[in-house]
Design a protein around this ligand. Structure first.
Ligand SMILES: C[S@@+](CC[C@H](N)C(=O)[O-])C[C@H]1O[C@@H](n2cnc3c(N)ncnc32)[C@H](O)[C@@H]1O
Length: 312
C-alpha cells in the first residue's frame, strides 16, 4: 500500500500544514526554530526526524546557512520547491533520507550536534527512536521537539476532518465517475445523454456537489467533502481527453482521499496527553537524554503543542 504521507509530500508541500505554511514555518513554530538556529555554531549538524519535504530547511537557509541539515522520513520525501531554489552553491548541501525509519538512523554514533523534530518523532516507536537519537548525538548534543498535543487545535481539526469524511458518499461518487468513464469508452461522449446509467451517475454527482459546495456557512460546512467534491468535478474537464487520462484521474482521486483520511487518523492517534508526554520523558531518560524542559506552547489560536528540550 502507498504510504499516505508519500502521497502528501509528492504534491510538493513545504510543511504538514500545506497551504497554511507554504513558504516554510512562520509564527510560533518558525520563531522556536529560529531561536535554536541562532544558538548553533557554523559547521554544526542538525538531524530533522520525520522531516517531510525538509520542512525546517527554508528557515535554516534564511538564517544560518553554515549549518549541515540532514532530514529523515519514513515516507518518500524531497526538498520542497521553496527550499530547492535556495540550495545551489551551499557549503553544506542538505542530505535527505527517504523511506527511512527514525527507529534505525543510518548515521554513525556521536556524529550529530542536534536532533530536532516538528510533529515527527511521535509517529515512530519512541523507545527505539530515542535509543537511536542518543546513539547518533555527540556528548552534550541537544534534542528539541514539538510534539502533537491531545488537546491542541491541530488535533481538534484533525478529528474534525476524520468525522467529516463521508466514506459511503465518496465511494458512490467514485463509482459514478467510473460509470461515466465506461460509457464514454463504449459509446463515446455523444452516447452519454442516451445512457440511463450515465445520466443517473451524473445526477448523483450533481446532488452531492450541491449538498457540499453550496454550504458556505462556516458553522455547518463540511471542509473535507468540499475539498473532495471540488477536486472530483475536475473529472468533467477530461471527458474529451484520453481513456488513460480519465482512468488515472479516478485512481489518483481515490488514493489521494484515502491517504487524506489516513493522515488525519494517524495525527489524532499519535497526539500525547499529559500521561503520554510524561511517559515520553521517561523514555528520554532511559535512553540517556536529560529532559531540560517540557511545556505546553500556544499560538494565537490556542494550544499548539508540547515543546520539549533535552540534552545527551
Ligand atoms: C506530521 S508530518 C511532519 C512533517 C514535518 N516535520 C513538518 O513539520 O512538516 C509527520 C511525518 O513523520 C513521518 N513518519 C512517520 N513515521 C515515521 C517513522 N517511523 N520514522 C520516520 N518518519 C516517520 C511521516 O512520513 C510524516 O512525513
Amino acid at each position: 500500500m502507498e504510504n499516505h504521507w508519500s502521497e502528501f509530500w509528492k504534491q510538493g508541500h513545504a510543511t504538514t500544514f500545506g497551504p497554511y505554511y507554504k513558504e516554510g514555518y512562520r509564527g510560533v513554530i518558525g520563531d522556536w526554530w529560529e531561536v535554536l538556529l541562532a544558538q548553533m555554531q557554523p559547521g554544526e549538524s542538525v538531524l530533522d526526524l520525520g522531516c517531510g519535504n525538509a520542512a525546517l530547511l527554508v528557515n535554516l537557509l534564511e538564517k544560518n546557512n553554515q549549518i549541515r541539515y540532514l532530514g529523515l522520513d519514513l515516507a518518500e520525501v524531497r526538498i520542497s520547491p521553496v527550499a530547492e531554489e535556495q540550495i545551489k552553491n551551499l557549503e553544506y548541501p542538505p542530505q535527505l533520507f527517504s523511506n527511512c525509519p527514525a527507529e534505525k538512523i543510518p548515521l554513525e554514533e556521536a556524529s550529530i550536534d542536534a536532533v530536532v523534530s516538528v510533529f515527527g518523532i511521535e509517529y515512530s516507536q519512541c523507545e527505539l527512536t530515542l535509543g537511536e537519537v542518543s546513539r547518533v548525538l555527540k556528548n552534550e548534543g541537544r534534542l528539541n521537539l514539538l510534539v502533537h498535543h491531545r488537546e491542541s487545535n491541530v488535533t481538534r481539526m484533525s478529528k474534525k476532518a476524520v468525522d467529516e469524511y463521508q466514506e459511503e458518499e465518496i465511494e458512490s461518487l467514485l463509482k459514478a465517475l467510473q460509470t461515466i468513464h465506461q460509457v464514454i469508452v463504449s459509446e463515446g461522449v455523444k452516447g452519454l445523454k442516451a445512457s440511463a446509467v450515465a445520466e443517473n451517475s451524473r445526477s448523483l454527482v450533481n446532488s452531492l456537489a450541491s449538498k457540499y459546495l453550496n454550504d458556505t456557512d462556516l458553522q455547518t460546512a463540511n471542509g473535507t467533502m468540499f475539498e473532495f467534491l471540488s477536486h472530483a468535478l475536475q473529472f468533467f474537464k477530461l471527458i474529451r481527453k484520453t481513456e488513460q487520462d480519465r482512468a488515472d484521474f479516478i485512481t489518483n482521486l481515490r488514493v489521494e482521499f484515502h491517504a487524506y483520511k489516513g493522515r488525519f487518523q494517524e495525527m489524532v492517534s499519535v497526539a500525547k496527553d499529559e500521561s503520554g508526554i510524561h511517559e515520553f520523558q521517561g523514555l528520554c531518560k532511559q535512553a540517556g537524554i536529560e529532559v531540560l524542559e517540557c511545556k505546553e506552547i500556544y499560538d494565537e489560536k490556542g494550544l499548539l503543542a508540547w515543546q520539549l528540550a533535552g540534552k545527551k
